[in-house]
Design a protein around this ligand. Structure first.
Ligand code: SF4
Ligand code: SF4
Length: 630
């Protein structure tokens, strides 16, 4: 069974609660709950039971597909009482027949219970006979006030909390289980520990509010009893026959069936003659009480069961078939009836007769104040129920019988708008639409990204090609060329540059190929560096500066390539013969140019003499050029 071994629930003494983690927010429990006791909050990923409103009917427990609903277990308490050798007595609900069809003889079942350590094992049937008789007497003694039976603890709790104005209509008699507890206390005066074994969760609520005489100390559902037998290897074959402790019942074994209670008092629901109405099941219970509350729709005593008979109670194993359980229960009742001894039964009935019905009930008004009409209308509008919609009806998918009831629940904070199927579908469609639009945007962004990646790749390739071309060209230039950044770190230098700077720099080149990243300040003396700094700061060329370095005369030109960021420099070793020739040609060209200027100025005076000088100088140039070509 889906229980914990803690004796009570997590909040106070809650006997039923919902674990957040397994809850998948399917709202099945909300739909089943007759007491609007399950809260659904926005932005919370699980539902919560409101203990004050809960009537412990167990419907949420039965319906929950993920076993998120938990029930507190009394098993430890019972085992401790047995271990402490208290006189422990079990009250067995006649439902056992429907839960344990595998145990063929009820006497074996009683033997199995005793072998768990129970001293007394009592059949609830006798107390059913007693309470049914008392109900029948009250129903017959009609003085204008219709009654509601008090045999079902869930019904009693529903009236106390949700129709407290009807509490006075409840039959003031304890439930059969509580009556049986009183009988056991009379028979076992040594303060027995009384355990109710049945499929009803709500009976724990009742026993909590009983007086000491009718107190039930613990309750064990059938599913848990089955697990207990298994863990102690107790089976029908491992025990001998044993019978219930007296008093024995008559027709009380019919109690688990709807209308079986009144039959125990030989009262049958005759459509023409009977003054009571028997119903079972959640919906019928709610509707019949609502009808009874109006005081004119139903003019009968009500004999109500919350479940469809105890055979369908929350403490029964899951998946049982109602009609096969019904057959098992009637067969068992027939078998028990065979053991009925009229004289003994009659005398027991007289002995334990409920002469003064005096049960006290505990009205605990949990009725909610309805929200105002504007708020209800706003919620109906939000969920799209306006205009032609009849809001007193609904698709029932949310679990409420009308859209209006649902809107009230939302306004009271007990439900969320998205529990509405139509609203949820609409939201989903809008969500899908917005998802589709953002997907399209994403696709466009991805495409743009791919294109820019492609462009970047192409640009990178182009830059690579330029860089390779530049490197190749630089290597072919017969002068030293270096390109540096604003920190004077070398970006590119050609072979000639390295050769001009000498052996020491060639050694560095072996470690740092091409001197890439090398600091120019470690390669050049300060006067040369000053030229670079000047160009960097002023973005002006410095051309053809003759500089001495390591006893060699060098010619340096520095110029900006990218403003204040990248500089280029050309270095020539003037001691090399080819450079010398070139320099001479350059110098002679300059002399010719200057002479020509002079010639033009004195041309008039010197006439043909100037042409001779030009011819002479040109021949010198020609000579050097021819030498260079060779
Ligand atoms: S036990 Fe019953 S009343 Fe309590 S929350 Fe579950 S369904 Fe609602
Ligand atoms: S039935 Fe209730 S508790 Fe269980 S998963 Fe659904 S919403 Fe959660």
């Amino acid at each position: 069974m889906n229980q914990t071994n803690t004796p009570s629930g997590p909040a106070g003494n809650q006997i039923i609660w919902i674990e957040p983690e397994p809850c998948i927010l399917c709202y099945a429990c909300v739909r089943e709950c007759p007491a609007m006791a399950i809260e659904v909050k926005a932005n919370v990923d699980h539902v919560t039971i409101l203990p004050n409103r809960c009537i412990a009917c167990g419907s949420c427990y039965t319906i929950c597909p993920t076993r998120a609903v938990k029930i507190a277990s009394d098993l430890n308490k019972v085992q401790e009482a047995i271990a402490a050798q208290r006189i422990t007595c079990a009250i067995i609900d006649p439902c056992i027949s429907a839960e344990f069809p595998d145990i063929t003889d009820y006497r074996n079942f009683v033997g199995m219970i005793r072998s768990l350590g129970f001293k007394g094992v009592y059949d609830l049937s006798f107390a059913v006979d007693l309470t049914a008789q008392a109900h029948a007497t009250l129903f017959a003694d009609f003085k204008g006030k219709y009654r509601i039976s008090s045999k079902c603890p869930a019904v009693v709790s529903f009236i106390e909390k949700h129709h407290p104005q009807l509490t006075d209509n409840l039959v003031p008699i304890f439930s059969p289980a509580s009556v049986m507890a009183g009988i056991i206390r009379e028979l076992e005066p040594e303060n027995p520990f009384i355990v109710l074994i049945n499929p009803c969760l709500a009976s724990r609520l009742e026993s909590g509010s009983n007086d000491d005489n009718h107190r039930i100390d613990a309750q064990i559902p059938f599913q848990e009893l089955r697990d207990w037998f298994t863990s102690h290897h107790i089976s029908e074959n491992s025990v001998e026959f044993s019978d219930f402790d007296p008093p024995n019942g008559r027709k009380g074994a019919l109690f688990p069936l709807s209308s079986g209670f009144m039959q125990a008092a030989d009262q049958f629901e005759d459509l023409l003659m009977s003054n009571f109405l028997s119903t079972d099941g959640r919906q019928d219970m709610v509707e019949s009480i609502n009808g009874f509350a109006t005081s004119y729709e139903i003019r009968k005593h009500l004999d109500l069961f919350y479940c469809e008979g105890c055979i369908m109670g929350p403490g029964m194993s899951a998946k049982g078939n109602k009609f096969s359980r019904r057959t098992l229960a009637t067969d068992y009742a027939a078998k028990r009836f065979e053991t009925y001894v009229p004289d003994v039964w009659q005398s027991d009935l007289e002995h334990f007769k409920i002469s003064e019905p005096n049960r006290q009930f505990h009205p605990d008004n949990q009725q909610m104040v309805l929200p105002d009409e504007t708020e209800i209308a706003d919620i109906l509008k939000l969920i799209g129920k306006t205009g032609d919609h009849d809001t007193d009806r609904g698709c029932l998918a949310c679990g409420y019988k009308s859209c209006r009831d649902f809107a009230i629940s939302v306004a009271l904070g007990l439900a969320k708008a998205d529990m509405c199927h139509l609203y949820g579908t609409k939201n989903k469609q809008e969500y899908i639409k917005s998802l589709r639009s953002s997907n399209e945007q994403l696709a466009r962004a991805q495409k743009a990204l791919q294109e820019s990646e492609k462009q970047a790749r192409e640009e990178k390739q182009l830059a690579q090609e330029y860089s390779e071309t530049l490197t190749a060209v630089l290597q072919k230039i017969p002068s030293g060329v270096v390109i540096v950044n604003e920190k004077l770190r070398i970006i590119q230098a050609n072979r000639e540059f390295i050769d001009i700077l000498g052996d020491e720099i060639k050694a560095i080149d072996e470690v740092i190929p091409g001197l890439k990243g090398a600091d120019l300040r470690t390669l050049f003396p300060a006067p040369m560096l000053n030229l670079f700094t000047f160009v960097l700061q002023n973005n002006q060329d410095i051309m053809h500066k003759d500089i001495s370095m390591n006893n060699r005369l060098l010619n340096l030109s520095v110029f900006p390539i990218k403003k204040s960021t990248i500089l280029g420099a050309v270095l020539r070793d003037l001691s090399l013969p080819e450079v010398q020739k070139e320099e001479v040609i350059k110098k002679v060209t300059e002399v010719i140019d200057k002479n020509l200027e002079m010639v033009q100025q004195i041309g008039f005076l010197l006439g043909e003499g100037a042409s001779d000088t030009e011819r002479m100088l040109n021949s010198i140039i020609k000579y050097y050029r021819s030498e260079e070509t060779k």
